[in-house]
Design a protein around this ligand. Structure first.
Ligand SMILES: [Zn+2]
Length: 159
């Protein structure tokens, strides 16, 4: 019994580990590559170190885990314990995300945020829909715009 609970707890912890090369990220990377788009990964020279950078289209893409980036959807529920700690930490992350997004926007970059819940969880969208919309946005020629794709809103412009 103890082992079962431990394994469950471990899985929960693992799902909350922030990291590169997560499943949603790999799906997006493969899908956009298959649509003929070429990118750089985790560019440290840009604010917020975007997950994907499409230099040719002046577009930066963030693939955000809903928990770590405080999306507010059902995948981003706080753990039952230490809620004050988590709230403060995750709000800090979200504030940093906003600063990075606006710094990129001011520098003429377009910024697309793809939330984990767009491709994972009960409200997820069809993978092809997410990838087609992302590819379409990347190829548009409109400077300084912001866009996000998520389970709840589908596709929405932040402007
Ligand atoms: Zn979400």
């Amino acid at each position: 019994m103890t082992d079962v609970l431990t394994a469950k707890q471990r899985r929960l912890n693992m799902s909350h580990i922030r990291g590169k090369d997560t499943k949603p990220e790999m799906l997006i990377r493969r899908g956009l590559h298959a649509r003929g788009l070429r990118y750089r990964l985790h560019d440290r020279k840009l604010p917020g170190r975007p997950d994907l950078v499409f230099a040719k289209y002046h577009t930066a893409v963030f693939i955000h885990g809903c928990f770590w980036h405080s999306h507010g959807c059902r995948l981003s529920k706080l753990p039952a314990t230490h809620q004050d700690f988590w709230k403060k930490k995750l709000e800090g992350n979200a504030a940093r995300d906003r600063r990075a997004m606006h710094a990129l926007e001011s520098a003429g970059w377009r910024v697309l945020t793809i939330w984990e819940c767009a491709v994972r969880g009960p409200g997820r969208l069809d993978d092809t829909t997410v990838l087609d919309r992302a590819a379409h946005y990347i190829r548009e020629d409109r400077r300084g715009s912001l866009m996000e794709i998520a389970a709840t809103s589908g596709l929405s412009s932040l402007l």
